[in-house]
Write a protein of this length. Sequence first.
Length: 225
Amino acid sequence: MIRLNQVNKNYQTASQEINIIKSLDLEVKAGEFTAIVGPSGSGKTTLLNIIGCLDGVSRGSVIIDDINVTHFSTSQASSFRSQHLGFIFQDFNLIDSFSVYENIELPLSQLRDEKDVREKIETILEAIGIKDQIDKYPEQLSGGQKQRVAIARALVLEPKIILADEPTANLDSHSAKKVIEVMKEMQKKFNTTFIFSTHDTKIVDSARRIITLEDGQIISDEKVS
């Protein structure tokens, strides 16, 4: 599903070149529920951005679903993301003036049959337990409900891979637990590959694979039975 070969990512500052990711090799199989952990500055978000075609590499190659995305142009990367990837962010990235339905509808703009769109959104909201919130606005939702809306938006196009950057960072422990349960249920139901960066021990404990980064390198790769 995902293969990174000898990936390096450098950033140039005014005075020096900083190597964020260093000669990193990684393979992730379809359907894995994988946590990327490590201290701040270890390269977790950069690694997710590379896998998500949001950031290029300085050296090495990135293969996703047997497609070499290493040298994609901006438009190619955008098209690939819309077809293969879903994203969940720690700050939810919901549009305040849009209802729950409208926020989830955004990725479905290419579908013209309004009835089909409505049924699809209602089905996914029912699956994650917030169908009754469909006409509410973000300001009317709790943090956990907002994150579940973000998960629904990421899942609505049925992507093969979902990338989540600290998905429980802004949630209380109860809401975080519910969000983790939803993610695990969606992974089982759709065989979606989940890769998430986190400091949250609760979500780490739920992972089936834990990859630890330090100074841009993998120092531990543990599979949990």
